[in-house]
Design a protein around this ligand. Structure first.
Ligand code: TPP
Length: 250
């Protein structure tokens, strides 16, 4: 395990006490930094220095945990609460976070979109400076967030389905596609807020994933509210986990 990058450790690898301590401290520092980013960013919005802002406070630990199993070649299709996941995956710095908050128009300052996307909308760059595909199998990847809630779900399904097709269709395992997949081993990671699970796109994607049996991991950041509406007004059984139990694999 590399001490500089503790999140890269393999689950089954023996970890010494000192390495373990370093991982815990690293994660605590990251969670704390991300929380401070949220608090400071909100102040910037409320005092009129940034036009709008959406932040990921309260979701830090779950996102650090998720980042530990997010590997090179995998894809994220998520939403605006994912700053800690992006940071833990090495895809976002504090400086870049604030650059996007102020809609910095330079792509070097805001690699997600050079100020074009809404705040808190993340993305990684799939093309190099010359317009050619990067080797996505060697990178952690994020598709670009879009603003309609649950709009990330069909794309999440598509990314997962792509892995299944790469697995089952051996004719795709050739030089032409080698920058996109290694035998379809890539997993599509999705995130969504609990209120957004009321959208039709969510249920369509979850149902299709169950039918297609694709490599898709979805986290619902279930904080009980969609803006000001509590989940008793929008989620069956007031729990998306309870409501989805019927989708479990036999
Ligand atoms: C289709 C659509 N409807 C409404 C909105 C406005 N909107 C933005 S965030 C949000 C609430 C989302 O709540 P939730 O999914 O629980 O996510 P949270 O922000 O609480 O993590 C709404 C209604 C939108 N962006 N898209």
């Amino acid at each position: 395990m590399s001490a500089n990058n503790p999140s890269q450790h393999e689950a089954k690898q023996e970890i010494s006490f000192n390495d373990f301590k370093e991982i815990v401290l690293h994660d605590y520092r990251l969670a704390n930094e991300s929380r401070q980013v949220s608090l400071l960013g909100r102040k910037e919005v409320l005092t009129g220095k940034a036009k709008f802002g959406i932040f990921g406070d309260g979701k830090e630990i779950a996102q650090i945990a998720m980042a530990k199993v997010f590997r090179n070649g995998d894809f994220r299709s998520g939403y605006y609460r994912d700053q800690t996941f992006m940071m833990a995956s090495g895809l976002l710095t504090v400086q870049e976070f604030f650059a996007q908050l102020y809609a910095h128009p330079d792509v070097n300052a805001d690699p997600s979109s050079a100020g074009r996307l809404m705040n808190g909308h993340y993305a990684t760059r799939l093309l190099d400076e010359t317009g050619n595909w990067k080797d996505l199998t060697a990178l952690k990847n994020s598709s670009g967030d879009i603003s309609p809630t649950a709009g990330q779900m069909p794309r999440l399904l598509g990314l997962a389905l792509a892995s299944k097709l790469y697995r089952s269709n051996k004719s795709l395992n050739n030089d032409k596609f080698k920058k996109f997949s290694v035998n379809g081993n890539e997993v599509a990671f999705g995130t969504i807020g609990d209120a957004s699970t009321s959208e039709g796109l969510f249920f369509e994607a979850i149902n299709a994933a169950g039918v297609l049996q694709v490599p898709m991991a979805i986290s619902v950041w279930d904080d009980g509210y969609g803006i000001s509406v509590p989940k008793k007004f929008q989620t069956t059984k007031q729990s998306i986990s309870e409501a989805l139990k019927g989708f479990e694999k036999n």
